[in-house]
Design a protein around this ligand. Structure first.
Ligand SMILES: *[C@@H]1O[C@H](CO)[C@@H](O)[C@H](O)[C@H]1NC(C)=O
Ligand SMILES: *[C@@H]1O[C@H](CO)[C@@H](O)[C@H](O)[C@H]1NC(C)=O
Ligand SMILES: *[C@@H]1O[C@H](CO)[C@@H](O)[C@H](O)[C@H]1NC(C)=O
Ligand SMILES: *[C@@H]1O[C@H](CO)[C@@H](O)[C@H](O)[C@H]1NC(C)=O
Length: 299
């Protein structure tokens, strides 16, 4: 099957029948090198379509780390040939099309209209993947003004639960509202959308610092070193394989805190039951700022 055949098949081809495809979890897929990822995800295409957000993120991770559209197209083509060509299932053809579209768009570099699979075209997520040119601020401020004042009359305090794309969009809003400083102390940061928001903060002049766990730095997909190389964001780790720097909080402008169980990973965002509290209570913000400084000083 040639690439042209794939595009023709996108217009309605592919067979519906066929043997049951094997299952591939997003977790496992995220560990694979590009060629194995493309091949396995095509073989297990129903899994890729079911978890398309995760799989799209995984591909985008590869593209960000330097894979290009020609490479993806070649692997897609070889994989389909290995899988027996023209008889490919509808799911395989659909997923092949998505891979090719994603790869070719990424080549345009900096195109804010990132391709999203149809299932992911929901409101809040579409909002948070916007171009980050200040469009964030408006909805955020509106949301904050809509908060009912708490007992003190002027303390913002709100709880968020995961998995939830709405809660996730709050994390992005939170990061995006940093004006002077963003102090992040999180066990595991592998979510590319979060990393992008962190990079954007640095780009608009926010003083960003990250404390993280030394073990997770070695994990595939860890964004901390990349953020350091790409944007010069300084980070520190606990440097102790026996222990975990297990906190998960962030402070913006020494004024507001995001804290909870939530790892900044796609797994936590989409699969785990997690809980978070956000507040601008000044004593809490001060305490978390102090804790950050303690860790930063100690590591
Ligand atoms: C906290 O946020 C509320 C709005 O939700 C605002 O009225 C208040 O001034 C903020 N307090 C601080 C200390 O920034
Ligand atoms: C960090 O998250 C990734 C998934 O995003 C996972 O594969 C990895 O094991 C995690 N690291 C640790 C130390 O838990
Ligand atoms: C999330 O953090 C826990 C520790 O709190 C860790 O064991 C786990 O591997 C992490 N999970 C993901 C998906 O990053
Ligand atoms: C807990 O997580 C599971 C798996 O993502 C999800 O199906 C379930 O709805 C979550 N429960 C709550 C109360 O959010």
């Amino acid at each position: 099957m040639s690439l042209a055949d794939i595009f023709l098949a996108c217009l309605g081809g592919g067979s519906n029948a066929g043997p049951q495809a094997p299952y591939l979890s997003a977790q496992e897929a995220s560990q694979l090198p590009l060629d194995a990822f493309v091949h396995r995800s095509l073989e297990c295409a129903p899994s890729a379509l079911e978890q398309s957000r995760e799989f799209v993120d995984i591909l985008q991770g590869h593209l960000q780390r330097g894979a290009n559209s020609a490479q993806v197209a070649r692997i897609v083509s070889e994989s389909l040939a290995r899988m027996g060509g023209a008889g490919a299932s509808k799911a395989t053809v659909d997923w092949a099309c998505q891979l090719l579209m994603l790869a070719s768009q990424e080549k345009d570099g900096g195109n804010p209209e990132r391709y999203r699979p149809p299932q992911a075209a929901g409101g809040s997520y579409a909002q948070v993947t916007g171009s980050g040119n200040g469009g964030w601020e408006t909805p955020k401020q509106q949301q904050h003004q809509q908060q009912r004042p708490q007992s003190g009359g002027n303390v913002y305090i709100k709880s968020f639960f995961f998995p939830s794309e709405e809660s996730f969009s709050e994390l992005i809003n939170f990061l995006d509202s940093a004006k002077t400083s963003l102090d992040i102390c999180v066990f595991n940061i592998t979510d590319n959308d979060v990393a992008r928001a962190i990079g954007n903060a640095k780009k608009r002049g926010v003083n960003v610092r990250i404390v993280t766990d030394d073990e997770q730095l070695k994990c595939k997909g860890s964004d901390v070193e990349r953020l350091n190389e790409q944007f010069g964001i300084p980070f520190k780790t606990d440097n102790d394989p026996q222990k975990f720097m297990h906190s998960k909080f962030a402070v913006i402008d020494r004024r507001a805190v995001w804290a909870g169980s939530y790892n900044w990973t796609v797994g936590a965002r989409r699969s785990n039951n997690e809980s978070v509290i956000v507040t601008n209570d000044s004593r809490t913000a001060q305490a978390f700022s102090d804790e950050f400084e303690r860790l930063w000083g100690q590591f």
